[in-house]
Design a binder for this molecule. Structure first.
Ligand code: NAD
Ligand code: TYD
Length: 372
């Protein structure tokens, strides 16, 4: 590293959505690895939780900026003030079921918000010079759901798989990916996109499959499996995803897309049964043992994608990243984290969370009164 590069490492990175599930894991990993200063821009929606970041709140390398990525003035000012060497864009509305009940917020944050961020990042980038300009990167964190759904024997999604989003969430993320692509090709913004499979791990909001099942099982509530439970997802431990993002930030080529996945295809029913077996083992005195007796089949999600699977050979061979955690070890760590952090679950599931549970599960057959 020459002295100019070393100097620029002192420049912060700007993370959006760093108080959410993946963003907070990324912030903690980044600070723990001593990778330099980090500014976290987050609106703190229901999914953003400052409690996730208590351990770094007073760290001089960490700065929190409460704001909305749709607010151009705020974003522009933040960029000019902090002069980041990179933007890592996590902020999004992220839950498919919520996008079915209320797509507006998804279009607003995921499309308008990404547009605003790109617009402001471009203005900032255009004003950079020399080494600062050469080194600047914009990393857009996206999902495999933009590719649509796979049949059982289809090959896994690769970077050239045509986009075919099926849910309002997936459509809004696909739109944001297209905007990023256009900003690369039209304006020369040095941006990269990662499309990752389903994550799991600490800080996962209990509206998503794995944390919802862990939370419900501990309280003896029904475990609502949509449809026949044979839908397949390709699971990746969140810390592995964070390491992939750091790798792309350091070694990825502007204009490129990288698929990220752990090669862990499981049906939803397999996931729920594995969680139940882990809880049987880790909470031997639970009155709800065997926890699998709590499984309840409920009405399917409209437009439910049958199967996702990621072909991660590009990031593995070109950038040298590989998932380190197996599904079994990652899931065990995850259950242990939730058992050790019951207060965290209590805090995020109070108040408005109950209204969501009523809305999403109240009308589904098989779970009288919802999953409460
Ligand atoms: P999350 O819902 O847990 O967190 C989203 C964060 O963004 C929250 O902190 C929220 O407060 C913030 N936010 C929302 N709207 C905002 C706005 N307008 N301005 C500023 N901040 C705002 O999401 P997540 O699961 O951590 O996902 C992060 C990113 O990774 C998303 O872009 C998502 O599409 C992508 N992704 C998620 C997964 C997954 O399995 N969770 C997989 C692949 C990709
Ligand atoms: P989810 O965690 O919402 O992630 P995504 O829809 O982005 O893949 O759901 C994962 C899978 O679990 C998906 O196939 C839907 C299913 N699911 C259930 O069967 N029951 C539930 O209560 C939830 C939340 C999800």
């Amino acid at each position: 590293m020459d002295s100019k590069q070393a100097n620029n490492v002192k420049a912060p990175i700007l993370v959006t959505g760093g108080a959410g599930f993946i963003g907070s894991n990324f912030v903690l990993e980044w600070i723990a690895a001593g990778k330099g200063p980090l500014v976290n821009l987050d609106k703190l929606t229901y999914a953003g939780n400052p409690e996730n970041l208590i351990s770094v709140a007073d760290n001089p390398a960490y700065t929190f900026a409460h704001g909305d990525i749709c607010d151009a003035e705020f974003v522009g000012k933040l960029l000019r003030e902090h002069r980041p060497r990179a933007v890592v864009h996590f902020a999004a509305e992220s839950h498919v079921d919520r996008s079915i009940h209320g797509p507006e917020a998804f279009l607003k944050t995921n499309i308008d918000g990404t547009f605003t961020l790109l617009k402001e990042a471009r203005a900032y980038y255009d004003g950079l010079e020399g080494e600062e300009k050469v080194q600047f990167r914009f990393l857009h964190v996206s999902t495999d759901e933009v590719y649509g759904t796979l049949e059982p024997n289809d090959p896994a999604f690769h970077e050239d798989t045509p986009y075919a989003p099926n849910s309002p969430y997936a459509a809004s993320k696909a739109a944001s990916d297209h905007l990023v692509r256009a900003w690369v090709h039209t304006y020369g913004l040095p941006a990269m996109i990662t499309n990752c499979s389903n994550n799991y791990g600490p800080h996962h909001f209990p509206e998503k499959l794995i944390p919802l099942m862990i939370a419900n099982a501990q309280k003896g509530k029904p475990l609502p499996v949509y449809g026949d439970g044979q839908q397949v997802r390709d699971w990746l431990y969140v810390v592995d995803h964070c390491k992939a993002i750091m790798t792309v930030l350091e070694k990825g080529k502007p204009g490129e897309t990288y698929n990220v996945g752990g090669g862990n295809q499981r049906t939803n029913l397999q996931v729920v049964n594995t969680l139940c077996a882990l809880l049987d083992e880790l909470v031997p005195d639970s009155p709800y043992k065997p926890h699998a007796q709590l499984i309840k089949y409920v009405a399917d999600r409209p437009g439910h994608d049958r199967r996702y699977a990621i072909d991660a050979r590009k990031i593995e061979s070109e950038l040298g990243w590989k998932a380190e955690e197996s599904f079994e070890t990652g899931l065990r760590k995850t259950v242990e984290w939730y058992l050790a952090n019951k207060d965290w679950v209590e805090h995020v599931t109070s108040g408005a969370y109950q209204q969501w549970v009523d809305k999403n599960y109240g009308s589904r057959e098989g779970v009288a009164g919802g999953a409460r």
